[in-house]
Design a protein around this ligand. Structure first.
Ligand SMILES: Cc1ncc(COP(=O)(O)O)c(C=O)c1O
Length: 406
C-alpha cells in the first residue's frame, strides 16, 4: 500500500510556511540585479584571516576537545565572554545564565517549544521579524500585533494587546527589523512596568544593539528590569547573536534567562541538537577575545553608517514626492512607505525588471483575524550592497516607483 503522506503530517504543519523572503530571494539570483532584499552583512568585512588562524590554533592546541561532544549549555569561556559583554551593557548576568544556541533563530524556536501551546497568543510588534512569526506559527499560536511608530512599539497598543491575555511579549528594541525604529527609554521603562503589572514576560531580541551609527546607546530592557527590580532577568528573556557582529555562517547566538527558565531551554535544546558546534564556539571565542570583537564592531559601524547615509541621500534625490522613510540610528534596514493606495507587491515585479530588489512590507505582518497588513511599505537593506550599487539601486527603484505612480 502506498503512503498517503498528506494524512501522515502533524496538524502543526498547517502553520508552517516557507519564508516569503527566501522565495523572493530566489528571484534575485541575476548577477546584474542589485538586492536590498536580504538581511545579509557585508561579506568583505568578514574576518576570514582571523578565523583561519584561530581554527588552526584551536585544532592544534585543543583538537580532541573541539571535535568531541560537549555540554549543551555551551563552551564556558565563550559564555563568560558573553556574560562580560552583557554586564557592560548593564545586564547583571553570570555565565551560567547563558545558553549558546545555533543562531538566535534557534532561541526563537526554543522559546516556542518551552512556552507556547496551541491556541496561545503572542504579543508582537506590527510589523515584526518574519523568522519569529515563522517559528511560532508552527506552534499553532495566535498573534496579537501592537503597532510601531517612529519611537518603537506604541505603549497604548501594547496595553490593548495585553488585554487579550498573551503568553509572551516579543520586542525588538534597537533598530527594529523591519522598521528600523528604536524604542525610546521611556517606552522601555513602561514595558517593564507593564510586564510586572500583567505578569507577561518580555522576549527581548537584540541582534543589532551594538551596531549604532548615531545617537546615544540606550539600556537594554533587561538592564532596566534589573535596575528597577534589583533582580536580573526577572521579567525578561534576552536573545543575542554573533550573526551581525561577526558572521552569520557561524550560527552562534544565545539566550540569557533566570536559572529556572533557562533549565527548560537547555532541556529543549538537548532534544533538538544536543549542543551547538563546539568547534565553532571555540574558534569564535578565539577570534573574539583580547578586544578583537570590539575593534571589529567599530569597523562595521563605520562602513554600515556610511552605507546608511548613502542610501538616505540617494533616496532624497531619486524617490518621487510622497514617499517617506525611516532614518534608522543603527542596524541593517530602513522602511519606506509609498503614498496610500499603492502596493509594493506589484512594485516588486516592476523593480525586478529594473534589476533591483527589496522586500514588500506586507510579509512582516503576523496573520491576525480581521486585520490586514499595510501594503504600501517596503524594507530596504543597506549593509550588503557596495556604495556604488546603493546609488544605482536606489536610482532604479526610484524609476520603478515613478512608473507605478504613472
Ligand atoms: C530580529 C532578528 N532576530 C533574530 C534573527 C536571527 O538571527 P540568527 O539566527 O542569524 O542569529 C534575525 C536575523 O536577521 C533578526 O533580524
Amino acid at each position: 500500500m502506498s503512503v498517503n503522506w498528506r494524512y501522515r503530517f502533524a496538524f502543526r504543519t498547517d502553520g508552517m510556511k516557507s519564508s516569503i523572503i527566501r522565495e523572493l530571494l530566489k528571484l534575485t539570483q541575476d548577477p546584474d540585479l542589485i538586492s536590498f532584499a536580504g538581511g545579509l552583512p557585508a561579506p568583505e568585512l568578514f574576518p576570514v584571516k582571523e578565523f583561519e588562524e584561530a581554527s588552526q590554533k584551536v585544532l592544534k592546541e585543543h583538537g580532541s576537545k573541539a571535535l568531541q561532544y560537549s555540554p549543551t549549555e555551551g563552551y564556558m569561556p565563550f559564555r563568560e565572554l558573553i556574560a562580560e559583554r552583557m554586564n557592560r551593557d548593564g545586564i547583571p548576568v553570570s555565565a551560567d545564565q547563558i545558553l549558546i544556541t545555533s543562531g538566535s533563530q534557534q532561541a526563537l524556536d526554543l522559546t516556542g517549544e518551552v512556552f507556547l501551546d496551541p491556541g496561545d497568543t503572542v504579543l508582537l510588534e506590527r510589523p515584526s521579524y518574519l523568522g519569529a512569526i515563522q517559528a511560532w506559527a508552527a506552534y499553532q499560536v495566535r498573534f496579537k500585533g501592537a503597532e510601531i511608530d517612529h519611537e518603537g512599539v506604541r505603549i497604548e497598543a501594547v496595553e490593548d494587546a495585553l488585554m487579550t491575555g498573551p503568553k509572551l511579549m516579543y520586542i525588538l528594541p534597537n533598530f527594529q527589523n523591519p522598521g528600523g525604529t528604536t524604542l525610546t527609554l521611556e517606552r522601555r521603562e513602561r514595558l517593564v512596568e507593564l510586564s510586572e503589572q500583567f505578569g507577561v514576560p518580555i522576549i527581548e531580541d537584540d541582534p543589532y544593539g551594538a551596531l549604532r551609527y548615531e545617537g546615544e546607546s540606550l539600556p537594554p530592557i533587561a538592564a532596566i528590569d534589573a535596575r528597577s527590580n534589583g533582580e536580573s532577568l526577572e521579567h525578561v528573556i534576552y536573545l543575542g547573536t554573533f550573526s551581525k557582529i561577526l558572521a552569520p555562517g557561524l550560527r552562534l547566538g544565545w539566550v540569557a534567562a533566570k536559572p529556572e527558565v533557562l533549565r527548560y531551554y537547555i532541556q529543549a535544546k538537548q532534544g533538538q541538537d544536543l549542543h551547538t558546534s563546539i568547534l565553532t564556539q571555540m574558534v569564535a571565542y578565539e577570534v573574539s577575545r583580547n578586544g578583537f570583537l570590539d575593534r571589529h564592531i567599530q569597523r562595521i559601524r563605520e562602513v554600515y553608517g556610511e552605507r546608511r547615509n548613502l542610501m538616505l541621500d540617494a533616496m532624497k534625490r531619486y524617490f518621487p514626492e510622497g514617499v517617506t522613510w525611516t532614518a534608522p540610528q543603527g542596524g541593517l534596514f530602513l522602511w519606506a512607505t509609498l503614498p496610500d493606495g499603492m502596493d509594493t507587491e506589484p512594485l516588486f515585479k516592476q523593480a525586478i525588471q529594473e534589476k533591483v530588489a527589496f522586500v514588500p512590507g506586507y510579509v512582516f505582518y503576523a496573520p491576525e483575524i480581521g486585520r490586514e497588513p499595510l501594503r504600501n511599505s517596503m524594507r530596504l537593506n543597506f549593509s550588503n550592497a557596495r556604495p556604488e550599487q546603493i546609488e544605482e539601486g536606489i536610482r532604479r527603484l526610484g524609476r520603478a516607483i515613478e512608473k507605478m505612480t504613472r
